[in-house]
Design a protein around this ligand. Sequence first.
Ligand code: ADP
Ligand code: MG
Length: 701
Amino acid sequence: MRPSVLDPLFAPLSTLPGIGPRTGDFYARLLGRESVEDCRVVDLLFHLPHSVIDRRHQPGIALSPQGGIVTIRGHVDRHQPPPRGKSQVPYRVFIHDDTGELSLVYFRGKAQWLEKSLPIGEEVIVSGKIDWFNGRASMVHPDYVTTVDKEEEMPLVEPVYPLTGGLAPKALRKAIIAATERAPELSEWLDPELIRRQSFPSFHESVMQLHFPRDAADADLQTPARRRLAYDEFLAGQISLTLVRRKLRKAAGIPVHATGNLSARIRQALPFSLTGSQEDAVAAIVKDMAGNDRMLRLLQGDVGSGKTAVALMAMAAVVEDGGQAVLMAPTEILARQHFETITRMTAAAGIGVEILTGRNKGREREEITARIASGEAQMIIGTHALFQDNVSYHKLRLAIVDEQHRFGVHQRLSLTAKGAAPHMLVMTATPIPRTLVLAAFGDMDVSRLTEKPAGRQPVTTAIVPLERLGDVVARLKAAIAEGRKAYWICPLVEESDVSDLMPAEKRFELLQREFGKAIGLVHGRMSATEKDAAMLAFKNGDTRLLVATTVIEVGVDVPDASIMVIEHAERFGLAQLHQLRGRVGRGTEASTCILVYKSPISENGQARLKIMRDTEDGFVIAEEDLRLRGEGELLGTRQSGTPGFQLASLEAHGDLLEIARKDAALMTERDENLESERGKALRTLLYLHRRDEAIRFLRAG
Ligand code: ADP
Ligand code: MG
């Protein structure tokens, strides 16, 4: 049970002021959760400011620097509403101090409100950004306007939080302040010696310091308070991994005795022979599974390196021994695709292949789960629906998780720890550096697919400014007339986002005029059936140009697609561009990738596109990306930090991870069930970071 001292932090987020049906979705998006029902107060407490606005600068109007944030104390002289019928002209209010005059500018300003908050003759305080033009100072939409008697209501040092479209900074700030009021004092779980060495404040103090900064330096990633919270998070992760893995290893693996007869038949049915590194990976897996310990292996291989075939051979080994294997994909589309590939390749071997996703409901679902429970289903493909409580397996021996570049493995490791003790294989397309593997997965054995399958054509990449889009379309028309197939990728756009971007739907409409029936569309907001239909039409060649958002990024395989246009390429992370480009160059034709960018583009942005042009090597791209942007971006996760981590960033806090690893190992060795004073406090830490699943293993022993 979660200690009751944490209850206030685990109350639903909707118990905070200003979080209701209208804003709930924005908060869910901000906090990276599926819906607001999944959000707890603690999630907002851990939403930290990325910078600080200092409003203490009060130089007077005349000495205010261009573009600077200043606070001005002045007298209101006059109001100048826009002339009748000219609502595009802003409403201006003029104020002055001893040094000069300032015009406050309000577009679509509401006269009533402005007259009330800025009464003529009154002394007021305003704060915002100063803009000089032709020797006149103005301030467009001041951040704060207040009368002198309410001066202290204006925060002079103000934290700035990562935002998402639709949320007002002031409302967010209010909710966060309410969240900090719920933060309890907690018994210390850290080693006193470490606290001394690192000058860590307590948990409560750290939270308060970060949300109530005293100056700009408090937003730095290296303040003791920030490092403390980062360390806490690493430590919770490492302890939890240690416990989960201890449990996994303890539950002795059931050795799998592969006979090789099914694999042989599948090999015959494959339209290719395995590469050397695919063979090595299969051999390592078969060997792992034959032993008494459970396998915990990571299969790393670039996009298109052929991980599915390795998964298939591993599953075949299990089926040969009378067992079942599951393959879990991150998306519905991908699960369907795996299912088709695997059904095709195993047809000759007469294996029972099944698919189970969230889409299977009612009778159909019952029939499928019955076949899984009876063992009639031998290879089972699906999404996370595979591990829901009411799915039971006959003889589950192997669980394969196709992560691509998403990280949710932690949870999934523990999910499979629930029932039998299947061997585990995690597949990922991200060339994750070793430190990240450790942070996200703990000590796992690793296989790498380093060879590209034979017959792969290199992809030529070109960088083109948006102004030349006409040429791109013309060339595309010619290519499609020759019978080629192309993807056209648009960035995902939120409706609330500033819309100079071209959302997929709008682009689709424009291109439809050129391409007529040959064009298809697939994006995330379509239903699963619609998505499938669009993908199928493209695969079959009914459509030859597919406009898509990044939904196609993960794993879609249409080998004869040989052109990819990526619009607003500057908006994508390199890892994502690499994943996307991996969709072409899979067939026998020479392929092209066109990166269309919108000017002006930063130097860094140019450098990033050039990397894409100059290499196809995922590891080189990942390293360069890490150098240019930091690992959070590399993995295409939320704006800051490291995948799976909310507070810690490997780049900034990497030194702490190593300490946390040792600390976790030591603690779990000395105090196996976390029962000492410090052990109990550590349990609280695990709950605080939602590592509850690990605690289950403590009690179970
Ligand atoms: P990923 O590693 O990205 O999941 P896939 O498993 O989807 O890659 O494989 C990409 C494509 O390469 C598929 O069309 C697959 O049939 C093909 N392929 C896999 N292994 C080989 C091989 N050894 N030789 C030739 N083609 C292969
Ligand atoms: Mg794949």
